[in-house]
Design a protein around this ligand. Sequence first.
Ligand code: SF4
Ligand code: SF3
Length: 552
Amino acid sequence: MSMFCFQCQETMKNTGCTVNGICGKKEDVANLQDLLIYSLKGIAVFRSAVSLEIRNQYADECGELDKFIAESFFSTITNANFDRNFFIKTINKAIELREMLKKKVAEFGMEVKFADHDAATFTVTNENIDAKAATVGVLTTENEDVRSLRELLIYGLKGMAAYIDHADRLGKTNKEIVMFMEKALISTLDDSLSVDEMVGLVLECGKFGVDAMALLDGANTSTYGHPEITEVNIGVRNNPAILISGHDLKDMEELLEQTKGTGVDVYTHGEMLPANYYPAFKKYDHFVGNYGNAWWLQDKEFASFNGAVILTTNCLVPPKKSYIDRVFTTNSVGFDGVQHIEEAKKGEQKDFSKVIALAKTLPSPTEIETGSIVGGFAHEQVFALADKVVDAVKSGAIKKFVVMAGCDGRQKGRSYYTEFAEALPQDSVILTAGCAKFRYNKLNLGDIGGIPRVLDAGQCNDSYSLVLIALKLQEVFGLDSVNDLPIVYNIAWYEQKAVIVLLALLHLGVKNIHLGPTLPAFLSPNVIDVLVKNFNIGGIGTVEDDIKNLIG
Ligand code: SF4
Ligand code: SF3
């Protein structure tokens, strides 16, 4: 076995990728990603000695290190970064930062636990880095339950890191979240922890997941306004164009600014669709709408788009030769042979001029769809409709809300979600967020007294909106528990952002969540038992059975 990765839903045979990733990740990159996480554990050992007070005092330096931790985690998320050189560079940087922290801690005579651990002492050369990387993967934890809880925690941190990285780029940070990340990283070196303590950390991760999503929600809405109900065009115009994908709204803003008046149109793809819902982006008349569907269709859709494409975050599918020259990555995304747009200098905008110049030379997009879709049902917009929604529940016009948030993926069995949405009774409303929506957001499911039957809150991180909506309904109906609401959860997962969303829901005490299309391979049978016993988590079955069991 040359690698072992089981962090995403499409892992080989639902056990683990052991040769190459189904996602296209090669064994050397998979192992280097493990080594990067391992080197973050070394950083955490020394960083944990730095108090909040000191962090506040040295805000700039500390902010840079927080950013490094978040970006490093983010680069190891499924379908984000496939670039070997990026990982070698980042691991070396991590070791350098660890040694700097080690010196400071020694200077101040601070005590740290695990200072002698290999994660806190190892070094590498270009010659031995692959050999070292092959020795630090998830299988080094032998007990399968301990491994399961440690990896569940690490994957939650990866998702959390993605969200705080976006917020950071909009100037919003929360040092306590990073302090928790460090504590959690160190816990994975600690063989003395009991199962209960590890479960406690996983749930605490959910608490900080809620904080991270709240931070990002605040960053997005205070910068770009609250999403509002929007009809999004899914057709094309006859101009050269740029397709922007991923989750980073700051890139969206800067791209729209820089393409203004250039004759180049801008379209969103995949998880960038919700950018269409923000007031701040509506003023650009060259922002045409959304092109295509979820990430896994990008090999076909990037090809037919014809123009330049920017990946601001996951999910990147290894680009085909036919269009690789038109693809650009930025932030934590990377792929060997794909042009990368570097981070901007402080106070400046990122420079998209290369992308714009290329786009001008390319043909306009080939039409693959026409018409429009409706979205923008984030918390403030739904609160504005609260009276209507409450009346519909009271009158019985709405009998169930079905949360179908999460990820989409290429596995054939995911047609379940389309069929499930179609089979839902007419008096049910789907609450969605994340790219899972592409399985049913173009079906004509109609409305209930003017309330569409698919309410899209936005990106996966906007699952936070769904939580606020549920809490609001609980308050309006005067219920003791969020579990007393007529809401069922049928969530689709693929990568690690869905893991932090799940942990956030568990932290809020949400029970009876159904997770599919398969339960995570990294959950051992005993850990699944704990989740079933405490939260009644379940998988999915057939559409017919699930409609019967969930909806009644
Ligand atoms: Fe396999 Fe998923 Fe890991 Fe890729 S990210 S190697 S598909 S488990
Ligand atoms: Fe999708 Fe990758 Fe998870 Fe943000 S873009 S939800 S899978």
